[in-house]
Every structure is written in structure tokens, then in C-alpha cells.
Design a protein around this ligand. Sequence first.
Ligand SMILES: *[C@@H]1O[C@H](CO)[C@@H](O)[C@H](O)[C@H]1NC(C)=O
Ligand SMILES: *[C@@H]1O[C@H](CO)[C@@H](O)[C@H](O)[C@H]1NC(C)=O
Ligand SMILES: *[C@@H]1O[C@H](CO)[C@@H](O)[C@H](O)[C@H]1NC(C)=O
Ligand SMILES: *[C@@H]1O[C@H](CO)[C@@H](O)[C@H](O)[C@H]1NC(C)=O
Ligand SMILES: *[C@@H]1O[C@H](CO)[C@@H](O)[C@H](O)[C@H]1NC(C)=O
Length: 470
Amino acid sequence: MLIFILCSTMKLLLLLVLLWTLSCSSLQAPSRDKCSCELKNSEKVFPHDRLKAVDKNASDCNSRVTPQKAEELEVLLLGLDRRLVQLQEDVSVLEKEDDGDLYGVLSLNVIHNEMTEIRLLLDKLNTTTEEQHKQTAATTHRLTQLKAEMEDLEQLDSMEVVKQRRTNHRLRTSLNRCLDKQNATVAPTQPLYGTCSQGPLKNVTGPWIQTAGEYPGSYPYGSWGRDPKPEPGKERWYWMVPMTSNNRHANYVRLYHSLYKLIGGETNIANVLISSSNPTTNTIQGPNVVLYGGSLYYNCYNQRQVCRFHLTTKTVTNVNLPQGTRYNSKGNFCHLDECYPYTDLDLATDESGVWVVYTTTQDFGNLVLSKVEEGEPPKLNQTWHTSVFKQGVTNTFVACGVLYATRYVSKDVEEIFYSFDTTTGKERFDVGIFVNKMSTNIQALNYSPVDQMLYAYCDSNMVSYKVLFG
Ligand SMILES: *[C@@H]1O[C@H](CO)[C@@H](O)[C@H](O)[C@H]1NC(C)=O
Ligand SMILES: *[C@@H]1O[C@H](CO)[C@@H](O)[C@H](O)[C@H]1NC(C)=O
Ligand SMILES: *[C@@H]1O[C@H](CO)[C@@H](O)[C@H](O)[C@H]1NC(C)=O
Ligand SMILES: *[C@@H]1O[C@H](CO)[C@@H](O)[C@H](O)[C@H]1NC(C)=O
Ligand SMILES: *[C@@H]1O[C@H](CO)[C@@H](O)[C@H](O)[C@H]1NC(C)=O
């Protein structure tokens, strides 16, 4: 049996060798144990590397063209617009003034300063526009080149690599669409992560916007952002709450009717006063406040409570936190050896409303998260207990029902290292998303579900970041 198999194998081998020899036309000096053969492909090899280069160039091009560039220009133009109006007003004041020498000189100085500011803005505008022109020209040039290259490649494409790719791409797209549909019909109520279907937090890019807040140098604490559930007509408004007179309390909310007003340093803004500047029960304590549904949610002065101040009716209602909740600077966010005073309560907003993050004695200093319901008065609903120690955390925010915590890495970098999914109770300590800082400390951090941005108040600066999911 074994011999038979061997024999037939030998036969097969012989046959193969015979065929091989036949197919090779230019065999020289046939030696017994070697057989060589040259394969010539009359077709040109498809230049895959060139195709790859085109691919890469195209995606480079894509990443250079960002909406941020357009916004930069728009902000500059609005800033200029505002200053021109101011200049006009001041000039008309000067014209009306009697020529009492002193006043004349003072007004001239003011106008001189304004002119300087305008010149600086114009210079900036000039360089920005020029950069953009250059970039547009470069991009157009590149695209023309890429198009020519693609046409060239298609000529070479006897093996239809390019065509095939296009077909593959089409097929993949329709496959994905089909899968999407399938997922949608199979599990419409089963979110993949947290309460949103867009998946977990993937990255944070920016700073997107960075602009000076109030009291630079004196009071670095404060916060800013957007109301995720604004009253009609206030959809584009921004708010800011700077700590005043020290880093413990604040007594008013500043409102800006647009981002440009805020960046342009608008001075005619609405300040809504919550209490007098002497601290009382309703005074804001600590920087981590949020505006939601036209109301400011905050830790009120010297209380184990979340207060809610309605900006139009000016009424304050409140809800007690559980016994054992740390307050009055006893349960703060910290980095290295330093803690941020009066950061006991961190209010947060996400797609579902308002949350409060705090710690209690019975939780041994670990973070606790409660949902705040909007009713009259506000109420705490569900509460989740985590195993992350608050003193190892610099701040938190909630996005899509998932709590995220940050920690200090260096003066330039903060890391989102921790997450707690309230839909599953799952904790992760390896989130590993890094945030570029413009200054050392983040005193307040909040997520805005209306534009998927993070709003941070950093050493008197208002800074925002784009949040990417998926
Ligand atoms: C804009 O900048 C270019 C080059 O820096 C300069 O030649 C030009 O005069 C500038 N234009 C204005 C209006 O300042
Ligand atoms: C791709 O970009 C590089 C420069 O980044 C350029 O030198 C090269 O010619 C480009 N390739 C094509 C195919 O346009
Ligand atoms: C569909 O769901 C499966 C798991 O149920 C997942 O692996 C896949 O990525 C989903 N597809 C899309 C397009 O979301
Ligand atoms: C996040 O974005 C930064 C650029 O802002 C990039 O360098 C980094 O690779 C991104 N990280 C991930 C995980 O996508
Ligand atoms: C508490 O949360 C649950 C689950 O989200 C919700 O169904 C319920 O209405 C909430 N209670 C109040 C008082 O809002």
C-alpha cells in the first residue's frame, strides 16, 4: 500500500517535471537536478505606491481644510466691526466736547489707543486672509495634480485596480448601510455605550476657542458655557460666572448674545444678579456651575445643597444632598499635592439633563454621581457610587450618561483617564484621552450636548474643545 502511494507520487513528479521542461523555452545546458525558468510579464506592473501616495495626499488635503479657519476670520471681522462702531461713537463725543484742553487730550488718547487696536486687528486680518488665500491656492493646485495623477494611473490600470477599488468602496458603503439598517431594526433600544448611539468618547481636539475671562491674574476661578436647553430666542447665548473678590464665591451670571460678543469683549452685556456681593445663602460657592433650562445650578454658600436660580423669575429653589456629603472645601478635586478649594460639588449637563458629582464620608472620598431632576423643587433621582478617589481627580463631566474624570499629567496636558457608564455600571480606568492645555489648571469643565464641546475655565481663560465619539 505504502509502496503504491510512493510510486504514484513519483509518477506525478515525473509528469510535472516533464511539463515544466516543456514550458520553458530557453533552457540552457540542462543539468540533471536544476531547472530554471524566466517569467516575463508583458503587462506593466501597476504602481501601487503611486496610488497610495495619491490617497495620502488627498487625506492630507482634507485635514487642512477645517471649519476652524473660517471661524477665525469671522471672529476677527466681528471684533473689527465692534471696534469701528466704538471709534465712531468716541469721535462724535470728541466733536461735541468743548475744547477744554485737558478733556481734548484725554479723548485724543482714547482714540489713539482705539486706532492702534484697529491697526493690530487689520494686520492680523491681513495675515489670516493671506494665509487662507495661499492655502486655497495650494490646495487647488494639489487637487489638480492629484486629478492628473489619477487619470494617469487609470491609463496604466490594465488590471483595473483603480476601478476595482471604486467598486469595492461602493460595495463597502452599501454593506455598511445595510449593516446599519440591520442593527437599527435588531436593537433599536439597545445603545452601544451610555445613552447615545454614537459610541464612547474617542478624542478631544483643540483648544477650539480661547479667550480671556474676567479678572486675569487675580481670580482664576470661574466657568462658562452654553445652555443645552435654552429658552426660545436664546439659542446662541453664552454664559460666564467668574468668581468675584476671592476664589470661593460669585454672585452674578454674565450673558452674551453670541460667541462673537463674548470673544470681542462686549461690555454692554446683561448681568443677572443672584445675591448681593456679601455672601448669603443663595450666593454661588465654587466654580463648577451649569446653566440649564434658563436656570443656574450650583452649590449654594455654606450649604450641603444644590441651588437652582431661575434667571428670569429670579427665584431660588434647592435640593439637599445626602447626609455625609462633603462640602465647604472638604471634598475637593486635587492634583499633585494641591487641591482646588470649594470644588466639593461639580454640576454637569449632558443629553439627559443635569447631574451632580460629589463625595461622601460613607463613600470614603470616592466619587458619587446623582441625577438631578428638573421638577419644582428639583429632586435627586438615581445615585451611582464609583471606586475612583476624588482627590486623584482634577475635574469631571458627563456625556451620554457616562461620567468621565480627568487627572493632571503635566502643565500642558490633562488626561481623561476614567469613565463610569450609568447604563451598565461599568468602570474603566484606561480611557487614555489627552487634552492640550493652555495653562496649568482647569478650574471648571463641562460638556455641552448642543455642540458636543467641552467648556473649560482655566486660570481666568475661557477655553473650548471639540469632543469626538465613535
Ligand atoms: C498685507 O500684508 C502684505 C505682506 O505682508 C503687505 O504687502 C500688504 O501691504 C499688507 N496689506 C495691508 C492692507 O496691510
Ligand atoms: C504628494 O505630496 C507631496 C508633497 O507633500 C508632493 O511632493 C507629491 O508630488 C505629491 N504627489 C502627488 C501624486 O501629487
Ligand atoms: C452592528 O452590530 C454589531 C454587533 O451587534 C457590530 O459588531 C457592528 O459593528 C454594528 N455595525 C454597525 C455598522 O454599527
Ligand atoms: C486625538 O487627536 C489628536 C490631535 O488633536 C491626535 O494627535 C491623536 O492621535 C488623536 N488620538 C486618537 C486616539 O485618535
Ligand atoms: C428617575 O429616573 C427614572 C429613570 O430614568 C425615571 O423614569 C423617573 O421618571 C425619574 N424620576 C423623577 C422624579 O423624575
